[in-house]
Every structure is written in C-alpha cells, then in structure tokens.
Design a protein around this ligand. Sequence first.
Ligand SMILES: NC(=O)c1ccc[n+]([C@@H]2O[C@H](COP(=O)([O-])OP(=O)(O)OC[C@H]3O[C@@H](n4cnc5c(N)ncnc54)[C@H](O)[C@@H]3O)[C@@H](O)[C@H]2O)c1
Ligand SMILES: O=C(O)C(=O)C[C@]1(C(=O)O)C=C[C@@H](O)C=C1
Length: 370
Amino acid sequence: MASHFSRMCLIGCGLIGGSLSLALQKAGAVSRVIGYDKSPEALREARARGVIHETAEHLEDGVRFADLIVLAAPSPVVIDLLVEVKKHIYLAAPDVLITDVCSTKKLVQDRAKQCDLHEHFLGGHPMAGSEKSGVQAADALLLENAVYVLTPEKDQDEKARRFAEVLAHAGSRVRFMDAKEHDRVVAAISHVPHLIASTLVSQVRDLANQSAAYTELAAGGFRDITRIASADPALWSDITLENQAEILPLLDDWIRRINTLKTILSSREQTHLHQFFDDARVFRDALPARSTGAIRAVFAVTVSVPDEPGIIGRIAMLLGEHHISIRNIGILESREEDLGQLLLQFDTIQFHDEAIYVLQGEGYQIIDRV
Ligand SMILES: NC(=O)c1ccc[n+]([C@@H]2O[C@H](COP(=O)([O-])OP(=O)(O)OC[C@H]3O[C@@H](n4cnc5c(N)ncnc54)[C@H](O)[C@@H]3O)[C@@H](O)[C@H]2O)c1
Ligand SMILES: O=C(O)C(=O)C[C@]1(C(=O)O)C=C[C@@H](O)C=C1
C-alpha cells in the first residue's frame, strides 16, 4: 500500500488543487483535507464538491498538524506564500511534505530553499489541465493517466519516492526531472503553444472586424488549435513572464521557421512543402496516445539496484527479453553507498507480477510493490 497522509492542507482550491485533492481522496491516500483560499466562494464550492472537508480562515489553521501541504495557487502567489508557510511550519507534523503544482518549477523550488523549507519541499507539476479554471471544473479523473512531473534534488529522494508512490496509486504517470530541464521542455510543449494559439485568435479577431464570415466559418481546425486560447489570461501572463528566458529563444526559432515556410510557399516548392507536412504528421502520429480521465490503474515496483551507469537500460532490457512492457522507469535514490532505488510502473498486474518474478530470479531485492 502506498503512503497515506492523514491531514492535507490545500492552499488554492481551484481547478488543479481541487482535482489533486479529489484524486488523492479517491485513491485513499488522504483522510482529511483542510482548504485555504483567498476566495470565500471557492472555499464554499470546494466544500460542497467534497474537495475539502473544512476551511481554514488563517493559513496557520491549515498548516497546523498537516502532514501534506499542497500549494495550488498561481506561482507568484505560491512564491509569496512559501514565506508565510515557513512562519507556521513548526505547527505542522514533523515530517510534513510540502509540494506545489505550478507550471514552472525553478523559481518556486529556489524560493523554497531560500525560505529554508528545502527539507520538506518537493516540486511537482501535473501535465494535465484545461482551459477552464476554478474548483467547479475540478475532476479526480483529470490527473488519471496524466504525466506528473516531480523535480527532486539529490537529497530529496526519500520524499520523492513516497509521493511518487502515492501519485502512481492515484493513477498518474510519475516522471522525475531536473527543475530547469522541466522549464525548458514545458516552454516548448505548453507555453509557446499557448502564445501561438492566442496569436492565431488575435489574427482572426482582427479579420473578423472586416467580415463576419471569419467567425461563421471557423470550424473544427481553428477551434481545435485554439482551444487553449480560452484559458485564464492572468494565469498565462504569470506563467509566460516567469518562464520568459526559456520562451524567447523558442519564439526566435519560430520566426526563423515561419520565414522558411514563407520562402518555400512563395517559391512554390511543392516537394519541400510536402516534406514539411509529412515530417510533422509522422512525429505527431507517433506521440504516445494519452487519454487522461480514462480509468486506468498503475502497478508499481521499487527495486534496489547498484547505483551505476547503464542500470536503467539493463533492467529495461531484462524485462523486455521477458516481453514485459514497462510504462515508466526512473531512479529514485542515489546514495553514497553503492545501492540506489528504481521505480518501475506497469499497466497491468500481470506485467507487475512477472517483473517481480524475473527481477527476484536475477537476485534483485524488491523494496516495495503497489
Ligand atoms: N490550468 C491548468 O491547466 C494547469 C495545469 C497544471 C498546473 N497548473 C498550475 O496550477 C496552479 C493553479 O492553477 P489553476 O488552473 O488550478 O487555477 P485556478 O484559478 O483554478 O485556482 C487557483 C486558486 O488559487 C486561489 N488563490 C489565488 N490567490 C490566492 C492567495 N493569495 N491565497 C490563497 N488562494 C489564492 C484562487 O482563489 C483559486 O481558487 C497554477 O500555479 C498553475 O500554473 C495549471
Ligand atoms: O489542456 C489544457 O488545456 C492545458 O492547457 C494543460 C496544460 C498544457 O499546456 O498542456 C497547461 C498548463 C500546464 O501547466 C499543464 C498542462
């Protein structure tokens, strides 16, 4: 059985915090949730929807006795609130885990360190969401089957292992990453797409001033690619400003690519154009199929392995030879001694059980199974 939290303090009871709370409750990973939010309406709705069990009027009331604190407000707010959390942390359980769900990781993580909360803090980011916001849109299924990034630092492996188990149990696909690398990747797959979607909308909005036909004819293609332009403007201003350093070079690259496209199109280079569409199609079609919200279990095994280069490849190959398909694999612990821990996740109980059999047969010690 994965770890269990008895008292979770949810700071920011909106779409993502609400969805995480519902998912953890559904998985039996938390018993009681205390909500803190600047909006009394959000708190009322969160309570009515079972996202929280009680409300905290002051932050310290939420932090008191908490063994899990989730910061799920916009990141500039989270950065400020970390100072407040630090002031009251002595009221929390001694081994309290503090995590966040912000769309950028480096700044929040650095702030947690500055506030001397590093011992408790673990950066997190569920790669799932919606153009909607607010607790009314919260859904336990939102995080199910979604990649959930954790950004532990070297001495945070135990916390990461514990929380990864809980998240896997709740149906997320946990992926460990360095915070800076996370910010670079999400700039390309999330932040630039939001900027481009809104640019497309603004182009058509200006054209629609000339003729109503632009809005009347806007069909599936335009709507599909611009869905995310309906997201909360305040949230997206915060996110893009915060990750500006990673976004700007990608926008330069965009300008280069658009200029190349202009050249290809104006000189009617059909072969080039075909290649351009085909390359995009092939890559897009090969993206892993994801359907967040589908009820899909995750079966996890933690195994003790020698802490040496190539170990992930060797384990993957061993299981591959036995036709065992791995959903996710990652190092959890890299200690001074020569042993580390590897977390393996599988889609079926059969793969899970067969993996344990094969690994034990090869002399590996199984530390945990979920
Ligand atoms: N929307 C997405 O698709 C998505 C996906 C993954 C992560 N995130 C991240 O999750 C976090 C929350 O986003 P969301 O979409 O759930 O937003 P949301 O607007 O639905 O929820 C945010 C909540 O925080 C509360 N809040 C704001 N300021 C506060 C303060 N000073 N004190 C207490 N509560 C405060 C709001 O009242 C609101 O209830 C953000 O950091 C965002 O980057 C969003
Ligand atoms: O699906 C959407 O609407 C989203 O915008 C989700 C999305 C994304 O860009 O993929 C948005 C922000 C996040 O931090 C993570 C996920």
